[in-house]
Design a protein around this ligand. Sequence first.
Ligand code: UDP
Length: 238
Amino acid sequence: MEKLEQLYEGKAKKVFKTDDPEVLMVDYKDDATAFNGEKKGTIQSKGIINNRVTNHLMKMLEDQGIPTHLIKEISDRETLVKKVTIVPLEVIIRNVAAGSFSKRYGVEEGKELLAPTLEFSLKNDDLGDPLINSYHVLALGLATQEEIDTIAKYAFKVNEILKKYLLDLGIKLIDFKLEFGKTSDGTIVLADEISPDTCRFWDKDTNEKLDKDRFRRDMGGVENAYEEIMKRLMGETV
Ligand code: UDP
């Protein structure tokens, strides 16, 4: 498979065309941003860790019945994925109050929620990814009711699978963000990434943060946290 011209450069990844029109190549960077791009930095080897952790988790989810865009990892930072049209929603699932949820609703960070929650944000950096509900999604034509239902069903199923898998590795899944895409035949598949950039992971026993909050909140030990996640999930270090 040949890597052709760059299609797009995002905050954490570059996306390239390949010689197959249905296949794209993703290239993970070490660049880190937070607060809608206001805070910028680098997390050494993050691209390698996020590429490998994402693919590891996507493979596991695919085996358990969640369709994903993953085709094949081809190097430390590069992966072939199905070409999809991204549904412009950030799909956030939460098990424990943290971050913007804690702030918005005045709930102490760390409080276990009585049921997992799902929220949508509109994927639009210029608007700061505003919260949006399913009526808005329909009104704006961003997805059909059937697509919204499929996305919610997959997102909650991903949560159940990941929560259990991670807990066995001593990691509490606090919350995470998913993105979904539509293939050329209209099938909804899980896309983007699942990594310490997009999930909150806390150590089961100490509640130590093992995710991007260490970068967002200047806590130090950022690289070590990403490494620790890869070690626990894959038994490997960079
Ligand atoms: N998240 C993300 N990208 C975003 C916003 C949130 O990956 O643009 C993830 C974030 O890492 C966390 C979850 O979604 O695991 C919930 O984030 P929250 O809404 O609390 O926002 P934050 O406090 O990070 O601004």
